[in-house]
Design a binder for this molecule. Structure first.
Ligand code: TSX
Ligand code: MN
Length: 588
């Protein structure tokens, strides 16, 4: 059997577990990752020699590499993602469930001897700032050098994690094997009660970088329920006023709403002296501080962002972030080794190499970059990275924003009357489907708190946990609902992007109780004069339409909400259905 020895740790629990897993997987070698620069070079050179990474134009993209995945392995696989709790009830109606014994049995069979002829990397990592009592240590065992290099960017990876773990046993046990990438033998299994994750048959980020969705959200949300905190699918940003006051907000949006763009937003010229700082673009761990406020930590250390749609117009800070030391997955490349994707720069290239490595010519009906192509970039590259990202206690949250992509019904912004109403808003957000490939276009898919694919336990209990948190948070953030995507006559009513600063400023001012609003049956809404529209080239009528509340639309909306709630049966907190009926009564 492979020698599993290391001088990086003497942790008996860890050494025993690594030994046991190596016995199961039978790798030729076991390599412990220390997170050093030397190691990065070594692993990168190895990956390049095997064709796993392709060097990009070193002048234009210093330190950057391209990875092409198997074409059948380009995204998360929700139908193959399981929550393995003792009972199905604990996983709830919105998760796939498998009994732990069955899952361990099935996956043991797959992992058995699966790393023969390969190397097992032991990847120690921390989610959250090093040394913070709120951070969690994980160890990922993987046979993928691509995964090891991505984890190095996305987490605090290496010796620091082992030092933090010391001789403790409280680490997440993650086992990952690429396997033969046969989707028939692909399983992403979570064992919340064992603090373990077993992932087989995929090399894709969300399935294989176990610190992110698997630990920080699915296992994290389970631990949050148990320990009295919240693991959320939220960006965190700081807004600094010209007077130097910084206000932090956390925001949850379903996919394809531009979360990373919002997290890296540049205020328009009119907002001279206002600055936005990124704390995180995807995940927030929220805890109650001694002061009764909610404090947020970004457990991640990098950005795993969708490339298409990221460009100099939509997100200049992201473009600067990915300028160096970035791994690209499934993007297209130009003749001179530069990355390219649809949306980047018109039709300037006659010929490209597409995401599968095939020649691509202008006018081809196929996309050159995969629509879910990605960048993995270190947070420290972000020019507007908050100086507080490594604060062990996190940053104090003054506002929570829920959002969705809705062409009607949901106004540009409204504020919840109270915590319970805000939880109702979060529990009922949804997005209209955009891509024809995913079914009907324009159908609302409910995605409560944007957590539908990421909640590691019964979503009804999750709602109850959110409601329970009110008792602990004596100084709670205000809660808001936003919608950048409302349309009239097929056209977006709100310019979005940097102009969202106008909405964000109203939110910040509301959080500090220093701007007005109009009470409507559905929440507090800005009326004329409350949102600064100076220098904006859209008509007041258009703003009215974007912020309008239509009673008939909302009656339908609340019916659809009722349908959505039914699946949770007894597990749906009574307080949520009551919120729905209160709104209905106010509309009548
Ligand atoms: O990210 C987006 N944001 C948030 C930015 C901080 N997008 C892209 C969503 C897909 C990932 C948006 N798209 C936003 C937005 O606020 N708004 C829209 C809709 C929109 C698209 C184009 C225009 C306007 C609105 N164009 C013009 O007005 C010219
Ligand atoms: Mn996400």
């Amino acid at each position: 059997m492979a020698n599993t020895a290391t001088n990086l740790t003497t942790n008996k629990h860890l050494l025993a577990w690594v030994g046991e897993m190596a016995e199961l997987c039978q790798p030729d070698a076991v390599v412990w990752c220390d997170g050093s620069e030397d190691e990065r070079k070594r692993l990168t050179e190895f990956a390049v020699s095997k064709g796993i990474l392709i060097p990009l134009n070193a002048e234009k993209h210093p330190g950057c590499y391209l990875h092409r995945s198997n074409p059948n392995d380009v995204a998360r696989v929700e139908h193959l993602t399981f929550i393995c709790t003792k009972t199905k009830e604990e996983a709830g109606p919105t998760n796939n469930w498998m009994a732990p014994d069955e899952a361990y049995g099935k996956l043991r069979g797959l992992f058995k001897g699966s790393m023969a002829g390969r190397t097992m990397y032991v990847v120690p990592y921390v989610m959250g700032p090093l040394g913070s009592q709120h951070s969690k240590v994980g160890i990922e065992l993987t046979d993928s050098v691509y995964v090891a290099l991505n984890m190095r960017i996305m987490t605090r990876m290496g010796k620091g994690a082992l030092d933090m773990l010391g001789d403790g046993n409280g680490f997440n046990r993650g086992l990952h094997c690429t396997g033969d990438l046969n989707p028939e033998r692909r399983y992403i299994c979570h064992f919340p009660q064992d603090n373990a994750i077993w992932s087989f048959g995929s090399g894709y980020g969300g399935n294989a970088l176990l610190g992110k969705k698997c630990l920080a959200l699915r296992i994290g949300s389970y631990l949050g329920k148990k320990e009295g905190w919240l693991a959320e699918h939220m960006l965190i940003l700081g807004v600094e006023s010209p007077e130097g006051q910084t206000t932090y907000v956390a925001a949850a949006f379903p996919s394809a709403c531009g979360k990373t763009n919002f997290a890296m937003m540049i205020p328009p010229k009119r907002f001279k002296g206002w600055k936005v700082y990124t704390v995180g673009d995807d995940i927030a761990w929220l805890r109650v501080g001694d002061d009764g406020r909610l404090w947020a930590v970004n457990p991640e250390n990098g950005y795993f962002g969708v490339a298409p749609g990221t460009d100099w117009a939509s997100n200049p800070n992201a473009m600067k972030t990915i300028a160096k030391d970035t791994l690209f997955t499934n993007v297209a490349v130009t003749k001179d080794g530069q990355v390219w994707w649809e949306s980047m720069d018109g039709n300037t290239h006659d010929e490209l190499t597409d995401w599968q490595g095939k020649p691509w010519k202008k006018g081809s009906p196929d996309k050159a970059a995969h629509p879910n192509s990605r960048f993995t970039a270190p947070a420290t590259n972000n020019p507007i990275l908050s100086r507080n990202v490594n604060d062990p206690e996190g940053v104090p949250i003054s506002a929570i924003i829920f959002g969705g992509r809705r062409s009607d019904t949901v106004p540009l912004v409204m504020q919840a009357f109270n915590w319970g109403h805000g939880v109702f808003m979060g529990a009922t957000i949804g997005s209209e489907t955009t891509a024809a490939a995913t079914g009907k276009v324009g159908v609302v898919r409910r995605d409560p708190m944007a957590m539908l694919p990421f909640c590691g336990y019964n979503m009804g209990d999750y709602f109850a946990h959110w409601l329970e948190m009110q008792k602990k948070v004596s100084n709670p953030p205000k809660i808001f609902l936003v919608n950048w995507f409302r349309k009239k006559d097929g056209k977006f009513l709100w310019p979005g992007y940097g102009e969202n600063m106008r909405v964000l400023k109203w939110i910040v001012d509301r959080a500090h109780v220093r701007v007005g609003a109009q009470e409507t049956p559905l929440g507090w809404v800005p009326k004329e004069g409350h949102i600064d529209l100076s220098g904006l080239s859209i008509s007041p009528e258009q703003v009215d339409a974007a912020t309008n509340i239509d009673v008939d639309e909302w009656k339908k909306e609340l019916e659809s909400t009722s349908e959505f709630f039914q699946q949770f049966g007894d597990r749906l907190p009574k307080a949520l259905e009551l919120q729905r009926q209160l709104l209905l009564a106010r509309l009548a």
